[in-house]
Design a binder for this molecule. Structure first.
Ligand code: 13P
Ligand code: SF4
Length: 364
């Protein structure tokens, strides 16, 4: 888990924004088609402007899987996304994360030892051959490998329903990690009730439950969450609606269910972007997701009112670590023949993680 980013040379940290832009532009031009920059929607403007492809985590995984030309893929996102790109790309391709400290606090809420322990505990009380493990994309490659090896799959916020339906065609129970909210929201969307779900506490024996409770639950939801999305509360929705009675509330499914339940539209970052783009001029849209994305949509659609539902603003602090100095630095290093911050998943992990990711790509 410990990822350490060495400090950058002063010429990057003290450079003015225009000088950095010039550096990045020149490096991009010189590296040409050997370089592919992928950017998640939560990235800062100073980074996303250089992305050859933008998207949610599903779309970016597809780009990585489909692109065979570029040998150097600079992933402007967080660690689990770069790992997935490494798993899905060929041996001739290298994936670079501009700042090694760009992790994801939710992904860190489940580690392989905890998941293996949970699986062993489950095996004592239920038939694990009928339990399908599903991991959210926001997880380490080790967890993706675990689900690949145990008959499960990866899902993202854009395909969680299809993947959970697939899982329940194959088994009677689902162990879903690490985001309890995406699991709960999706299961409810599929018509299941909260009585069919248990929250699995990785720090308690048998997740904090009795044998018969675990045996009966259809969904065992890992007790993980996104601190950015968990900030949104029903009061924010009510306040927005009071101000914009005809407005629309658009919510990311990592938000808690009490917010999702009263939202008008629920979807991944890519879907959120599409809904904002498709809204008519004059529309008022209250959005529950990361602030950089919301502010960019507001700027790009001045004919619409696009606001964050949370007035106190909620950036994703790890996405925020990727900035122009780190991007300029890793591109300059490439030009000098050095590959810095390469994300490499070991072959044994990669093999099973790829199985789990490819199952997801086949399902959706
Ligand atoms: P998306 O797949 O919707 O982009 O979500 C990724 C993420 O980390 C949201 O917090
Ligand atoms: Fe992780 Fe939340 Fe940041 Fe998404 S917004 S990368 S889930 S911490």
């Amino acid at each position: 888990m410990l990822r350490l980013q060495a400090p950058l040379p002063d010429r990057y940290t003290t450079a003015d924004p225009e000088a950095l832009r010039g550096r990045i532009r020149d490096a991009k031009t010189e590296l040409g088609s050997r370089l592919l920059i992928l950017g998640h929607h939560y990235q800062r403007d100073e980074v996303i402007e250089w992305a050859d492809m933008r998207g949610d985590s599903f779309k970016l995984a597809r780009f990585a899987a489909d692109n065979t030309e570029a040998t150097d893929i600079v992933f402007c996102g967080v660690h689990f996304m770069a790992e997935s790109a490494d798993v899905l790309t060929g041996d001739h391709q290298r994936v670079i994360l501009p700042d090694l400290n760009a992790g994801c606090s939710m992904a860190d809420m489940a580690n392989i030892d905890q998941v293996e322990d949970a699986w062993e505990e489950l095996a004592q009380v239920t038939d694990v051959d009928r339990v399908v493990p599903i991991t959210y994309m926001n997880s380490s490659a080790a967890l993706k490998a675990f689900v690949g090896e145990h008959g499960g799959a990866v899902c993202t916020s854009s395909n969680a329903r299809a993947v959970l339906e697939w899982a329940l065609d194959r088994g009677d129970q689902v162990l879903f990690f690490p985001d309890q909210h995406l699991g709960r929201n999706t299961a409810i969307d599929m018509g299941h009730s909260e009585d069919e779900m248990l929250v699995w506490n990785p720090h308690a024996d048998l997740g904090g439950h009795e044998d018969h409770e675990v045996k009966q639950a259809t969904f065992l939801l890992w007790r993980g969450w996104c601190s950015v999305h968990q900030r949104f509360r029903p009061e924010h929705v009510e306040a927005f609606r009071a101000e914009h009675p005809d407005g629309e509330v658009i919510v990311h499914p990592e938000c808690a269910h009490d917010v999702v339940a009263i939202g008008d539209k629920i979807g991944s970052t890519e879907r959120i972007l599409e809904w904002v783009e498709q809204a008519p001029a004059g529309a008022a849209l209250g959005v529950a997701t990361e602030i950089h994305m919301v502010q960019r949509m507001a700027r790009e659609h001045p004919d619409k009112t696009v606001v964050s539902l949370d007035p106190l603003v909620c950036p994703c602090s790890t996405m925020f670590r990727i900035d122009a100095p780190h991007l300029a630095w890793c591109l300059d290093q490439l030009l000098e023949g050095r590959v810095v911050n390469q994300i490499v998943v070991d072959p044994a992990t990669s093999r099973w993680a790829r199985v789990a990711l490819e199952r997801m790509l086949e399902i959706t």
